[in-house]
Design a protein around this ligand. Sequence first.
Ligand code: NDP
Length: 446
Amino acid sequence: MDQHLLDIREDVFHRNQGESEFHQAVTEVFESLNTVIGKHPEYADAAILQRMCEPERQIIFRVPWTDDEGKVQINRGFRVEFNSALGPYKGGLRFHPSVYLGTVKFLGFEQVFKNALTGMPIGGGKGGSDFDPRGRSEGEVMRFCQSFMTELYRHIGEYTDVPAGDIGVGGREIGFLFGQYKRITNRYESAVLTGKGMGWGGSLLRPEATGYGAVLFAQEMLKTRGATFDGQRVVVSGSGNVAINAIDKAQSLGATAVAASDSGGYIVDEAGIDVALLRQIKEVERGRISEYAERRGGKAKYVENGCVWDVDATVALPSATQNELEAKDAKRLVEAGIVAVAEGANMPCTADATAIFQEAGVLFGPGKAANAGGVATSALEMQQNASRDSWSFGHTERRLEEIMIGIHSTCATTADRYGKPGNYVAGANIAGFTKVADAMLALGVI
Ligand code: NDP
């Protein structure tokens, strides 16, 4: 990284102290930008990078709600509206006890570049709360969502900021949030949230889109080595929305997905994960992955508190959370013959792990490219809402495929152009950055 970039980064660290994930995300982007800044002095002249690292708006609010025992609970809500040069802020809401401002900023920063890569007219933002929905009753989740939206509603809108789901926020939570927005505003403003249910403004394929998209991105990477998913041994982390749909898609392409996890441990099922059973346990019953092994009739084993990256794979799809795949895991996977890694989650691989994969020549798809199918399909949901239309599953899937192939090709050609062939991290960062930077230049100093 040259001195100009180091100085800006130092200032960002200083202004955002203690936000380690945000620092990590900024560092990863900056490390890709040396050649770009050298070729384009106009970006430095207009302080584009400094502006990109400073969110346009950061909202932090109190979320009071009453639990089933009648006790008042207080959580903290966040929405970071990072960059709207390309369109309304767009990005999910995460409900997890670990959420703090630094989490939301790192996710919002990543989202700006990811959304640019999709080619859709969407800016970047992210939000959430330190609320933990696990173990809470339906009524508690609803009251929390209603209280959260009672503050958030004044900051969002179809043309302003369009949240969606993320960890801990699925169709149920989006329903409660949308219901409260509609009630407060007296407007059926469908495109204010994405990830809605099919019967009330949602898009077919949106639930599947992130996981499917990550597999489609990995498939494009494999093609560059003359390979396909057929016969691959896939390991996935997590067992939420992204993980389950990634498993589903990988198996439909002929792979065997043998392992998945949650925060309690992992399962191994050498015959291939039974997706219907996993969906039933995780999505319908909201249970734990340990139950999968219990109900698989001896075909699967559960390893409590184990690390899923101890399982050999040729393709890894980390799809749980940030920094869940460390250097030691990367080394082990390389030794075991891993061919490709596509990040279904946001920043699941640490910087060291990413470097190990890249140095070993493993195909590595960073989250901001590989998991962009979710937000791209959210933008398709917004298109359907705007035109009061509802597309078929097949039509939406073809659009997703085109978008993922397009993102792969953008990353690959950009990496080539800037002298980093095969480096999808550099390709994604540079292509996302230049698209947003050019729009910011055109819009003046705002
Ligand atoms: P879900 O809440 O549906 O699932 C999350 C899964 O990850 C669960 O299995 C959860 O296990 C596990 N997990 C979460 N936190 C931890 C942790 N600290 N340690 C170990 N396991 C953990 O979330 P999603 O599937 O929607 O999101 C997963 C990732 O994908 C996130 O990084 C998200 O930002 C990213 N993403 C999601 C998109 C979407 O459309 N949903 C779009 C783009 C990216 P447990 O239940 O035990 O907590």
